[in-house]
Design a protein. Sequence first.
Length: 554
Amino acid sequence: MQQIRYLSQSNFGTYYFRYTLPSWYALRFPFAKKWIYLSLMTKDLNAAKLRVQSLSLFTQKTLYKIKSAKLEGLVDREKSLNSIIEEYRDYIAGADPWEQESVHFRTPDFERIIEHIGEELIYIKEGGLLGYVDQDLNNLEELRKKIENSCKRKNAIEIETILNKMVHSEAKNTVVQNENQSQKTLLSDLLQEYLNDEIGEVRPKTRGKMKSHIDFFIKCIGNIDVNEFSQSNLRAYREKLNQRSRTLKGEKVLISNVTKNDHLTSCRTLFDFAIGHYNSRLENYFTSPAVFYKVKKSDKKDRIPFSSDELIGIFSHEIFTEGEFLHPYQYWAPLLALFTGSRENEISQLRVSDIIVEDGISCISHNLSSPDKHLKTTKEREIPIHPTLIKLGFLDFVNLFRKPRYQWENQLLPHRLFKGLSLDKTNGGYHKNLSRWFNGCYDKKQCRQTGFKYEVGISTPVNQMKDFHNFRHTFSTEMEEVGAQPNISYQITGHSIDSETSKMNKSAGARYRHGVSVAKMYKEICKLSFDDVLINVKPFFELNGEKKCRNKLN
């Protein structure tokens, strides 16, 4: 909650008015209290805001009268400044809601003013000129002069209705103005509030992306109040967005329409947050489809499975034939992705305890057993381990790390399976080093792309993407070609179900088809065969794997 001047709250939730008196007051009245501390008689924040502003204004006016000697005999035994403020506090705290709002609108003599206007209206009504009263009641004195000689009281109910309309209209305007004032929030403050509010629900990577987008948004239009954002600001922002570029392979290129739409989506999310938390009347210009850019087919990059030649190139590398790997994950991660369809972070975050036996079948468990783990669809699942992985020594590798002398541990997270994959504190997840090793990056000094995929000759055609994630597409495609049932394949990969399968799952007995047993999954996954592309791969422990594991413990 943003701190409000002169407002404090007790441990029991009651709000208080706290005002420190000026130094000249303490010199003039050395035995008087140095501050004013009064209960606002409410636990409601909105009511407390109205009362504290009224009290602060009234206190300042009273102090001015004391300083200018216009209020004689104020501080004596019978009446003190504190008692005067307390009486005024009692008055506004006990008044009706509409009366409080009018008092807050800087009319402390509210009752006297209303009484005077009421008398004038009665007088004018009796004179038959009530219909000539203007909307702002500015011509009351003029009309009174015209009917000084006729004073009869009539239609008191109608007069009261007019009076109530005037009061409630003023009160409503006051509420709207106060709401707009309280919701005055800079874009940077709104962004910080959003990031703090969403923490724990949004991944660090998503929060980092959101912050980057909104920082650029603020850079384009300035750090203005969110209520001041207009269509002219939107036009200026889109012009800057059209000029935004990024460095790709050492060259600056304009961002694509897909990336531009990501920026606009972040802005739409931020303004939706502002509407829900600050100002329900705020207009979100980013909800209009016309604001977003049209995405052509050429703007999208498709992922396709690795070809047989590309897979042969990967698994004929010295890592798999001579054991030329720096860390064991460089040997196991591509193989696990090929035979399980797991995402790179799911593989990177595996712990020794995640290799389990269920119904007599060895499985990999993708779960959320610790706070550092993340699953994209938050769908925990078990994947049977393919016989080829067992033949290459994966279970022996896991059992090696079950031995006390081979166990290594992070300070917080013990017994993870792959060392060398540390937690990314900025974006979350353990896959950063795996991604850098396989996918590579652009080396400015050498003016070329680095990475395992380039080393084995995998090229990236235009409008296509080829990286570690393509193992997942390769697995799904191969499962489809061997005739695996779609719901089984989806359960193994953790994919969301497509529209056709979704229709099927709405029929009777769908929950039985979707809840596939480990035995059925194992039967389907055993249909996979990559023997032709793994022909040169040697088992892990034939490549001095145990020695490399032991060296990594030092």
